[in-house]
Design a protein around this ligand. Structure first.
Ligand SMILES: Nc1ncnc2c1ncn2[C@@H]1O[C@H](COP(=O)(O)OP(=O)(O)OP(=O)(O)O)[C@@H](O)[C@H]1O
Ligand SMILES: [Mg+2]
Length: 442
């Protein structure tokens, strides 16, 4: 083999190594745990003045061009409470360029650095050891707050792409920031699987509160999606798009079950979507309540979002042993129920009678404790509603075959009788057939 050839193989291998290391999720667990254990203080709070000011160099064309590109990208992808100006972006880009040579030294002790803009720049900067640097826009008008996380958008400096920036703060004495580490591990277990949302970087930083006290905040950087399926419910997608969406949702849940995890919080809000040309791409997200079959607490507690939790769990929790489910099979069935309720919400709307009734049953456990008689009575009502909502074919009004098959499928996923429930593999098969038939009809 010639020297030249060897060199090119080496270059190829190096490029591959760099590529894989830079696209895959990173977080330094040990450091993150240490940081969370220490009391948040001024020592780890970084603002602009913590970085050495280098001699004021003249504005190069490179900085001007990069700033213009980033400015256009911000205008196109993020709507801000307070519009950022081109000159602010120029300051950010100049600052990042000055900061870059100092990062190596910094990463000897910390795997990331969050530089608070303190209104000087109009956006903060978070740089990670992975090499990715995010310009963070906290005043994003499109921010979304879930039960734990707050979603805003950021721009990754090197790739010049919009990303999702999620933050988690301590909301009450019951919020455990350390639990996020478990969630990150679960996401890592599904790295490379396109139907499961992954993250790119994650770390803890120190924030200064209005009262001058400091707090720990966890940041997670992810690929950006167009939104969650909760918003899609309101748009009432066409039947063919809906079936494709359902099929991807079911396959994502199957991926989790295949690796012996249950998700435990399946609902439209926890699926993200992206429109690619005329197609929709769906991923499953939010693993905050997910559990491995190996976990010592597997199935011990009922959790999830009211309106989506399997009624069978409510019966169990209100019965003698009080657990949510006994084995992996029951855990998987509970996910299928939630998936069925999610389909029902997308097809029939958020205020469909089954959703309202399921919420009532779930809330008996959440609000009032496990009252067996009350649960049983509410479930009787669910059975009656189920029979009305999912009649057999001869009673089905109208002759829309696809719609009937879709409703029948949902009815089977959330069936009140155990032996009538459908397995996820069959859900996927049926959706595959529906997909083919709906395309043929177009
Ligand atoms: N990568 C992303 N791209 C686009 N939107 C996202 C992304 N990640 C999260 N979101 C938005 O943020 C919301 C909250 O995220 P997530 O569900 O992970 O947080 P949570 O606080 O655990 O939610 P919950 O209220 O279900 O407990 C999502 O429903 C979605 O609207
Ligand atoms: Mg969520």
């Amino acid at each position: 083999m010639t020297r030249k050839r060897l060199q090119s193989i080496f270059t190829l291998l190096l490029t591959f190594a760099l590529y894989t290391s830079s696209t895959y999720a990173t977080f330094n667990e040990k450091q993150m745990r240490e940081h969370l254990r220490s009391a948040p203080s001024e020592d780890t709070y970084y603002s602009l003045n913590r970085f050495p000011e280098s001699a004021q160099e003249s504005l190069t064309d490179e900085i001007k061009n990069k700033s213009t590109r980033i400015y256009e990208l911000v205008k196109k992808t993020i709507s801000l409470e307070l519009q950022v100006t081109l000159s602010q972006i120029i300051s950010i880009v100049s600052f990042i360029e000055k900061m870059k040579p100092t990062l190596k030294k910094h990463f000897e002790t910390h795997s990331s650095v969050y530089v608070h803009s303190e209104s000087t720049l109009g956006a903060s900067v978070m740089a990670y050891e992975s090499g990715r640097i995010y310009i963070v826009f906290e005043n994003d008008k499109g921010s979304v707050s879930g039960g734990f996380k707050r979603f805003t958008r950021s721009i990754e400096y090197n790739s010049e792409k919009a990303h999702a920036h999620l933050t988690i703060r301590k909301k009450s004495k019951y919020t455990k920031l350390r639990d996020i580490i478990k969630e990150l591990h679960i996401q890592q277990a599904f790295e490379g699987i396109p139907s499961i949302l992954n993250f790119l970087d994650a770390d803890v930083y120190t924030e200064r509160k209005e009262n001058g006290h400091h707090e720990h905040v966890i940041a997670i950087e992810e690929e950006l999606f167009d939104g969650d399926l909760g918003a899609m419910v309101l748009k009432r997608p066409n039947l063919d798009v809906m079936i494709d969406m359902f099929s991807q949702m079911a396959k994502a849940v199957k991926e989790m079950h295949g690796k012996r995890y249950v998700h435990r919080d399946i609902k439209p809000d926890n699926f993200l979507f992206r429109l690619e040309n005329a197609n929709i791409h769906v991923v499953l997200a939010d693993f905050g309540l997910s559990e491995s079959r190996k976990s010592s607490e597997f199935g011990q507690y009922m959790c999830g979002t009211s309106g989506f939790i399997d009624l069978k769990q409510c019966v169990y929790v209100s019965s003698e042993d009080g657990v949510a489910f006994h084995d992996f099979k029951e855990g998987k069935e509970a996910d299928v129920f939630s998936l069925g309720m999610s389909f029902a919400e997308i097809l029939l709307g958020t205020e469909n009678r089954l959703a309202t009734n399921t919420r009532q049953v779930n809330d008996i456990i959440f609000d009032e404790g496990a009252e067996k008689k009350k649960v049983e009575k509410a479930i009787e009502k669910f059975k009656a509603l189920h029979a009305e909502e999912f009649p057999n074919r001869k009673n089905f009004q109208g002759n829309k075959d696809i719609l009937f098959r879709l409703r029948d499928l949902i009815g089977r996923m959330i069936h009140p009788e155990d032996n009538r429930r459908i397995h996820l593999t069959e859900v996927i098969e049926r959706l595959g057939r529906l997909n083919r038939d709906v395309i043929r009809m177009k």
